[in-house]
Design a protein around this ligand. Structure first.
Ligand SMILES: [Zn+2]
Length: 258
């Protein structure tokens, strides 16, 4: 392993940001901070066995497939993050302890214990900064072109957390501005047999989230964070069904919210 900032990612490893439909025509702009579970080779396995790296602690299971299909259905630009949230969580301010967690749920992450400032900087430089620079650049370009943007942060949640199971299928999350979230909630609740969470299983806050406060609130963009339960989107069939549902309800909610 090298402590060199430039050395975290090898030349043949993919960039942190994967941009889909860069010239998409939709007002909707999608991000998926936890889409991937790659670990830079220079970090090995972070000291974890393979089964831990397949679990929800490493990534948002299924959300890449939903986001890809939703981007296609809407012709929307989407930015997906390639590396595991255990390397650096791109929905956290990188100065927070939760950005490179030593403990996730009940699992100690050996490769994150006692990180030096240099090691932290290397992860920020390799993953966080380029990923958010891509989002910032795309949003700036839309603003400069006078384009409207509805910012949607795509996530998925585990059906069972610390032994407690969750009946909810989908959550609609927001913080200070609930205008679009309210419309989306109304439409999702009108769907048969759907159990919908209002700011659940989590709530967005400026102390626990990065994307919604920075891109939605600070830029004054219409926005929402979506959480879909992972067992519903683990396979392509479920991903397609949820992308189809969201393509429909997001467009309708955008009209409903006025
Ligand atoms: Zn997530």
């Amino acid at each position: 392993m090298t402590g060199d900032v430039q050395g975290l990612l090898a030349a043949d490893e993919p960039a942190a940001a994967r941009v889909l439909r860069e010239t998409g025509t939709s007002d909707f702009f999608l991000t998926a901070d936890h889409a991937g579970r790659r670990i830079p080779r220079s970090l090995g396995s972070l000291g974890l066995p393979p089964h831990e790296l397949e679990r929800h602690i490493a990534w948002d299971i299924g959300i890449a497939g939903v986001t890809e299909r939703l981007a296609e259905a809407l012709d929307a630009t989407a930015v997906l993050q390639t590396y595991s949230r255990l390397v650096i969580d791109c929905n956290r301010n990188p100065t927070w302890p939760t950005a490179m967690p030593e403990l996730s749920e009940r699992t100690t992450i050996p490769g994150n214990v006692g990180l030096t400032p240099t090691a932290r900087e290397a992860r920020i430089a390799a993953v966080f900064t380029p990923y958010h620079a891509r989002i910032t650049g795309l949003l700036d370009a839309r603003a400069a072109a006078g384009r409207r943007t509805v910012f949607v942060a795509m996530h998925s949640f585990t059906p069972s957390f610390k032994g407690e199971s969750r009946a909810m299928h989908v959550g609609v999350l927001y913080n200070h501005d609930a205008s679009f979230a309210d419309a989306l909630l109304r439409l999702l609740r009108a769907e048969p047999e759907l159990v919908v969470g209002d700011n659940a299983p989590y709530a967005v806050t400026a102390d626990s989230d990065y994307g919604i406060p920075v891109y939605g609130e600070q830029r004054g963009l219409r926005h929402v964070e979506v959480e879909i339960r992972q067992d519903l989107i683990a396979e392509p069939e479920g991903q397609a069904a949820w992308a189809e549902l969201f393509a429909r309800v997001m467009v309708a909610a955008d009209s409903l919210a006025g």
